[in-house]
Design a protein around this ligand. Structure first.
Ligand code: AMP
Ligand code: GLY
Length: 417
């Protein structure tokens, strides 16, 4: 099978890495990709948001499966354009991707499906904003209704900051009850009816150690979660994932692709913080590091509506940790164009247990240079989280990128350190 992956971050590098290890994959292409993906896939400089162009490329390449990584192309209808030319596509339709594209839509689906989530108000005027902030009290949770690359949410006890962010969103704003408790990301593959959960992971959203600093796209992740209730996946399947997929099916806009449930484990039970319509980044890096089942067949079953034929997923016993190396000034105004050194040393000394997945990187002659906020996702496996963590940080220490930053506490607590 020839597979075309759309996107160019570390999530897509993780997808491409797994697909390249699948014996059923005879050719692997990526658009637009990055420097690291270019080592396992042939790159095409096509605009990921242009559905017609992606569909044309997939046709020219004779792709048997297109996998869309990021949310923006999904919300723009790229999966629909690919399916329209008769090629199976892993990723929901534009309409179903609204589950991520509009927080208000997600809340509506959850209400209809009886899915547990924080109480919320959708506000459009300054008066409504003030009323909602007043009704919930501090800490305030203010969310831009639309896509904001993980940066549209402000959680603060400062009323002025909460109000300022709400007004700055400019359109619809969701103001929500604060949900206390550890967060879990649980992904499920679905063909619109059958739902197959993956293994839970935890992401570190704040920029700095100790969960300080601004929200980011994610600074690291680990899996499994030794502290989680063993019944968590079954519970979330029954109360969140299956009811949500069933509700979208009932509405005539089935969701086929990856349903990402961002959960808070509160003292009153599990609550959905958000849905995403695609694999999470950086959680995918650790989830796929642990998945033994070949990826292409699984994604193809979801794309073709035959997920009920997929045998039970197989997982490694290993733990996995990923540490994001970000550029100077991420997430505000990341500096790009800095050379990255040490990649060969990791490949020579840390493989196969540790490896570097590229996010914002590109080739500049013989050099690899930074080209985005999150630059690398250094991933490692081990017999437990402590070993995976040690291997990941040993590899991080070999990377040289001027002004770069990373958290030093990814999976520390979960590893019992
Ligand atoms: P989101 O973009 O919805 O994932 O939000 C980004 C981050 O903001 C989440 O991962 C949480 O850490 C935090 N957050 C979002 N909603 C809430 C909430 N209702 N209560 C507490 N924290 C929240
Ligand atoms: N890691 C958070 C996300 O992918 O949205």
């Amino acid at each position: 099978m020839k597979v075309l992956v759309i996107g160019g971050g570390a999530r897509e590098h993780a997808l491409c890495r797994s697909l390249s290890l699948d014996p059923d994959v005879t050719a692997l292409y990526c658009a637009p990709g990055n420097a690291g993906i270019g080592e396992v896939a042939e790159l095409y400089p096509v605009d990921a948001l242009d559905g017609e162009a992606v569909a044309r490329l997939a046709t020219e390449l004779g792709a048997g499966l297109v996998v869309v990584g990021p949310e923006a192309p999904l919300v723009a209808g790229v999966a629909d354009a690919v399916r329209a030319v008769g090629i199976p596509c892993f990723g929901p339709s534009r309409e179903a991707a609204e589950l991520e594209g509009s927080k208000a839509f997600a809340k509506d689906v959850m209400a209809a499906a009886g899915v547990p989530t924080g109480r919320s108000y959708v506000c459009t005027t300054p008066e409504e904003i003030d009323e909602a902030l007043d009704a919930f009290g501090a800490p305030y949770v203010v969310k831009d209704d639309g896509l904001a690359a993980g940066k549209g949410v402000v959680v603060t006890s400062d009323l002025d900051k909460a109000r300022e962010h709400a007004l700055a969103c400019g359109g619809r704003v969701v103001i929500e009850e604060f949900l206390d408790g550890p967060e879990v990301s649980l992904f499920a593959i679905t063909d619109g009816e059958t739902v197959v959960p993956l293994t839970p992971a935890q992401d570190f959203k704040r920029a700095l150690d100790g969960d300080e600093g601004p929200n980011t796209g994610g600074m690291g992740a680990y899996s499994p979660l030794p502290w989680a209730d063993p019944k968590l996946v079954d519970d979330v399947m029954a109360t969140v994932l299956q009811p949500t997929v069933d509700e979208l099916h009932r509405r005539g806009t089935p969701f086929a692709g990856l349903l990402y449930a961002g959960l808070a484990i509160t003292s009153r039970g599990v609550r959905v913080i958000e849905f995403n319509a695609r694999f999470g980044d950086p959680e995918t890096q650790v989830v796929l590091a642990r998945l033994k089942t070949p990826l292409a067949g699984l994604l193809l079953h979801a794309a073709q509506g035959t997920l009920d034929l997929e045998p039970p997923l197989r997982w490694r016993d290993d733990a996995a940790v990923t540490v994001v190396v970000a550029s100077h000034n991420y997430p505000d105004t990341p500096r790009t164009g800095d050379p990255i050194e040490g990649l060969d040393e990791v490949a020579a000394q840390d493989a196969p247990h540790a490896y570097v997945l590229h996010a914002g990187t590109k080739r500049d002659g013989d050099a690899v240079v930074s080209a985005g906020g999150r630059v690398l996702s250094v991933t490692a496996t081990g017999q437990d989280l402590a070993q995976a963590r040690e291997r990941a940080y040993r590899a991080v220490a070999r990377i040289r990128l001027d002004g770069s930053q990373h958290r030093t506490d990814i999976a520390r607590e979960a590893a019992g350190e």
